[in-house]
Design a protein around this ligand. Structure first.
Ligand code: C2E
Ligand code: MG
Ligand code: MG
Ligand code: MG
Length: 289
């Protein structure tokens, strides 16, 4: 855009649209070239087991916009989905995360699992399974270390197609988690049909768990149901010791949240792994948070 064109564009949009729509338009336009201009980063958030030991990490996208600064994925992921930008962007995140995980493997760190979020739009791509297999082949990451996070609504958009793709990927060793579990609209009868391994208990239930009786019951019910269906559980958004204790006491095997660590850049994650105590007693190295 020349300065003149941009000025005219602005006048047009303030006349025709509200400020919000204009902001969105601006994000949409800059999102299209953000990938080529290297404006994205992948952050990693630790996943802990019931002993507060790091057993995995979730890759979370960060966008550093040259003028607007850091923009939350909750803002740009929906736009990336609508515009289709999520297709190249989703592949880029997967490549970055698998490359990083394999690098840490080569450096001798224990084989943490790496979780990557998959959007509904990506699920609809006919070559999704080939794309993922190609990234695994290129990065040399063992497929059983990759966990793909999908939402109930992402699957329910076209369940038969989604389930077929999940079966193909699962046959390669890839695991699936249901993200934000409990907030979707899917029926429980679908749950047993889904080739999944983990339920991620949504942060909204964890938030007030130490005090709110209803949230406590919901969490206990999800854990019991997961157990009966032979699924694992990860609690999301664990921020306090009270929440951690409540969840551990009720048999939640894995947890993720600010209590264990915020999402952070790869070098920071690595520094943290180095600075925490390697346990040499058993001979194999484990890392505590
Ligand atoms: P999500 O997959 O459910 O990721 C968890 C979100 O909760 C992350 O927000 C994380 O920073 C935040 N979080 C983690 N622990 C805590 C905690 O203790 N307290 C609170 N208040 N928040 C916590 P983030 O990074 O802003 O991402 C938001 C959402 O954007 C993600 O939710 C996911 O749905 C989407 N997203 C992020 N990266 C990607 C990506 O690479 N691809 C796709 N398709 N979606 C992504
Ligand atoms: Mg997730
Ligand atoms: Mg979530
Ligand atoms: Mg979410």
């Amino acid at each position: 855009y020349s300065a003149k064109e941009e000025g005219q564009g602005y006048r047009f949009f303030t006349e025709e649209m509200n400020q919000k729509a204009f902001e969105r338009m601006r994000l949409e336009n800059s999102l299209r070239c953000a990938l080529q201009q290297d404006q994205f980063l992948v952050y990693y958030q630790p996943v802990a087991d019931h002993n507060n030991q790091v057993i995995g990490m979730e890759a979370l996208l960060r966008w550093n916009h040259p003028n607007l600064g850091w923009i939350s994925p909750t803002q740009f992921i929906p736009i990336a989905e609508e515009t289709g930008v999520i297709i190249p962007l989703g592949k880029w995140v997967l490549q970055a995360a698998c490359t990083q995980a394999q690098k840490w493997h080569d450096m001798g760190y224990p084989d943490f699992s790496i979780s990557v979020n998959l959007s509904t739009r990506q699920f609809r791509e006919p070559d999704l399974t080939e794309m993922i297999e190609q990234v695994l082949a290129e990065t040399h990451l063992a497929p059983n270390r990759l966990k793909l996070e999908v939402t109930e609504s992402g699957i329910m958009d076209n369940p038969d197609d989604a389930i077929a793709k999940m079966h193909i990927l699962r046959a390669k060793g890839i695991h699936f988690s249901i993200d934000d579990f409990g907030t979707g609209y899917s029926s429980l009868s679908y749950l047993k049909r889904l080739p999944i391994d983990i339920l991620k208990i949504d942060r909204s239930f964890v938030m007030d768990a130490p005090t709110d009786k209803d949230d406590q019951e919901i969490i206990k019910t999800i854990i019991a149901m997961a157990h009966n269906l032979r699924l694992d559980t990860i609690a999301e958004g664990v921020e306090t010791r009270e929440q951690q204790q409540f969840l551990a006491r009720n048999g939640c095997r894995m947890m993720q949240g600010f209590y264990f660590g915020h999402p952070m850049p790869a070098d920071q994650f690595e520094a943290r792994l180095c600075s925490t105590l390697p346990q040499h007693k058993t001979g194999d190295r484990t890392y505590f948070l």
